[in-house]
Design a protein around this ligand. Structure first.
Ligand SMILES: Nc1ncnc2c1ncn2[C@@H]1O[C@H](COP(=O)(O)OP(=O)(O)OP(=O)(O)O)[C@@H](O)[C@H]1O
Length: 236
């Protein structure tokens, strides 16, 4: 499938923090139902790419089409209404609210929001912890809550920024299962990941970001060759 028929298509995306020019022409696409990762070293521009797609960068140029509709000039709340949800690296949990309140807060913007019961069935730990304030959650619980919360909105396209960061291997494994089941449920996911092993087990394709550009694309079928290439990119 080409970029023209993709669910999300990003072409020649530039973005700036103030005077600092950080994205230098990112081009990528994500087809409906895919899990695609952005890989690359710290500071390569992966999070900024997500922020720019979500309309959170004040200055950006290029083209971002979602379901065929141009979004580059739209404010963030309208991009959310198109059906894109963003789970930032620092998770954005409201620490003064408890788990249930965090889950009840998101506005419904899409046609098929998951009900509270449904997300609690998917994340039984959140049901057990429903009256715990955000501050009392472990890193893994916070990550589950952050993902559960965006599922409540009805968005069908999820931007997940380094969900595994700082989590124990067993929680990482569980998150992998959750992302796999979200894909089976029909969600489309763009994922920033530093953990190449985690990413390679999950994703259909990978983009490598360097110095604010996509410099390579690796299909998961090319894994053996891909991981050698990745070691060069990531310097590991
Ligand atoms: N708020 C900001 N103000 C100015 N520059 C920023 C800001 N946030 C990020 N940058 C710079 O933008 C560039 C890209 O950062 P970005 O966070 O997108 O990288 P990344 O690939 O996601 O890496 P990381 O995993 O470290 O977040 C880096 O040079 C970074 O220093």
């Amino acid at each position: 499938m080409t970029a023209d028929t993709a669910m999300l298509s990003v072409r020649n995306l530039h973005a700036w923090y103030g005077e600092s020019h950080v994205l230098h022409g990112v081009t990528l696409h994500v087809n409906r139902g895919e899990v695609v990762t952005l890989l690359g070293r710290n500071g390569a521009g992966k999070s900024t790419t997500m922020r720019a797609i979500m309309g959170l960068m004040k200055k950006r140029s290029g083209s971002i089409t979602y379901e065929g509709r141009e979004a580059i000039t739209l404010p963030s709340h309208q991009i959310a209404r198109m059906g894109i949800a963003y789970c930032p690296e620092h998770r954005g949990i409201f620490s003064r609210l408890d788990v249930q309140e965090n889950l009840e807060l998101p506005p419904v913007i899409g046609a098929y929001p998951l009900t509270l019961d449904r997300v609690q069935a998917m994340f039984p730990r959140l049901l057990e912890r429903r009256h715990s304030p955000g501050t009392k959650l472990s890193g893994g619980e916070q990550q589950m809550l952050a993902i559960a919360r965006i599922l409540r909105t009805g968005a069908r396209f999820l931007l997940l920024d380094e969900p595994t960061e700082g989590l124990a291997p067993i929680i990482v494994k569980h998150l992998g299962e959750i992302i796999g089941s979200l894909q089976s449920m029909g969600f489309t996911i763009l994922l920033v990941e530093q953990n190449f092993r985690f990413a390679s087990a999950l994703a259909d394709r990978h983009y490598v970001v360097e110095h604010g550009r996509v410099v390579d694309e690796i299909a998961s079928g090319e894994l053996a060759a891909g991981s050698a290439r990745m070691r060069v990119y990531l310097g590991v």
